[in-house]
Design a protein around this ligand. Structure first.
Ligand code: HAM
Length: 430
């Protein structure tokens, strides 16, 4: 006989048993509520997209190393979405004229990336995407960051997050003008900057040398990396003065310095960012992967037609958010899926049991019964296992008096109540 099939999910993916689903629904409920309170509307798109949608403007690492792709039966090269931004851009561009601006949209898609599974990184994750397109850039950037901040407030953890900000235009100016680098070197140094903290100052300088930078250029790049410590107070009067630098200073002036800070090494891996970029980190050293990341993109919508529309947004993953919430003990006890178990009293009283169940369900209780006629003791045990709050006992004696028995499994209390007052009683005893 063939080997038995494995019960394990595919590497880097998760099964969501009802308990896990309960947590996910709780977490997503908070996310939706926080984002919708700013007037953002939910959208969704397909899991499969044309491969070319990612080939041109997304991240090289994603396309060459992490994309799941396939050729369909009609010989089309398709990819499983690794991120939502290209789908968003495609959808917005498709109805650009009709959509009222600014466009405030959010989505909670599952995304696929062929990653080495590790803490905070899996092959399938869910990612809250929040984007605003159109409107004034500075106000849009400030709003998107406020939305992100509100999410952590909603979970009671706003003081446990640091949001690091930079600007692509500023970076470009620093490397081209201040450091005098050519296009290719600018791109290579920008990429390397992402690894600055992993490498350390010495290895970073050595790698810059490896890219062909002169000692003066290396000194300029290193001096730039120290800008975070020195601060950007005098930026507009310094050699770094530029349009990107001004955008950065203006944005930071809008934000609370307790949560937001300039970080010269924030780059972001995607090619489509053209202005503000940001990433958020847990203050706990237990969680080193970014909680969310995003930025402004000026040229994405134009990939699909003549018109451009600038947008800004972020993606926040469920894996790192769960780690964050668990690390800081921000997850409350989540109830079970059943409020009331009505005991199954045997075939002759089945109709009565069904009537009580109907009444409870119509009143908003999640009410179930057992699917066999075992004794009441066993049925109470199964109610405990289910996590039900109440058991309604349909005993002969009580029913004869027009009453039903109620056991509150949380408090241990027991009572006999008139059938017609059952709903009211359960509501008051919650
Ligand atoms: P990203 O930085 O690739 O950005 O992902 C955003 C967040 O998604 C990360 O900070 C992390 O929380 C989560 N994430 C990413 N990859 C994984 C993974 N393999 N496992 C678990 N979580 C992960 C984007 O995707 C941009 N498209 C975001 C954006 C929206 N920019 C503008 N609008």
């Amino acid at each position: 006989m063939a080997d038995k099939l494995s019960t394990q999910p595919y590497k880097g993916t998760r099964d969501f048993y009802p308990e896990d689903m309960r947590f996910r629904r709780w977490m997503f409920g908070h996310l939706r509520q926080a984002v919708e309170s700013y007037g953002y509307q939910e959208y969704d798109g397909p899991l499969l997209e044309p491969f070319d949608l990612y080939a041109s403007k997304t991240s090289e690492e994603i396309v060459s190393q992490q994309l799941y792709w396939l050729v369909d039966r009609g010989e089309r090269k398709m990819a499983i979405r690794p991120e939502m931004t290209p789908t968003l851009a495609r959808m917005v561009a498709g109805k650009l004229q009709d959509l009222p601006k600014p466009i405030r949209w959010y989505s909670l898609p599952n995304l696929w990336r062929y990653e080495r599974p590790q803490r905070g990184r899996l092959r399938e994750h869910w990612q809250l995407n929040v984007d605003v397109l159109g409107g004034d850039r500075l106000q849009g950037d400030a709003e998107i960051l406020a939305v992100a901040g509100s999410i952590f407030e909603a979970f009671g953890g706003s003081e446990l997050v640091r949001i690091k900000i930079n600007n692509r235009k500023f970076l470009d100016h620093v490397f081209r003008q201040t450091c005098g680098l050519a296009d290719e070197a600018t791109l290579a140094v920008t990429r390397l900057l992402d690894e600055y903290f992993k490498l350390g100052a010495e290895a970073f300088s050595a790698k810059l040398g490896g890219l062909g930078l002169s000692p003066d250029q290396i000194a300029e790049v290193v001096s730039y990396t120290e800008l975070g410590r020195r601060g950007i107070a005098g930026l507009s009067e310094s050699k770094y003065a530029s349009e990107g630098g001004r955008e950065l200073v203006e944005l930071l002036a809008h934000l609370d310095s307790k949560t937001f800070e300039f970080d010269p090494c924030i780059v972001r891996g995607f090619q489509y960012y053209t202005g503000t970029v940001f990433e958020a980190y847990d203050v706990s050293p237990e969680n080193t992967r970014a909680l969310f990341g995003g930025g402004r993109y000026d040229n994405l919508i134009g990939l699909f037609g003549k018109q451009q529309l600038s947008g800004v947004g972020f993606g926040l993953g469920d894996v790192s958010l769960q780690n964050f919430l668990e690390t800081h003990k921000l997850v409350p006890t989540l109830g079970s899926g059943v409020d009331v178990l009505v005991t199954n009293p045997g075939p002759e009283k089945r109709a009565k049991a069904q009537q009580v169940l109907r009444q409870l369900r119509a009143s908003g209780f999640r009410a179930a019964t057992t699917l066999d006629y075992s004794g009441f003791g066993k049925q109470i045990q199964s109610a405990v296992k289910l996590g039900a709050r109440f058991v309604v006992l349909l005993g002969d004696e009580e029913l004869g008096r027009g009453e039903v028995g109620v056991k509150n499994l949380a408090s241990g209390g027991q009572a006999s109540v008139r059938e017609e007052t059952l709903v009211e009683f359960l509501r008051s005893d919650r």
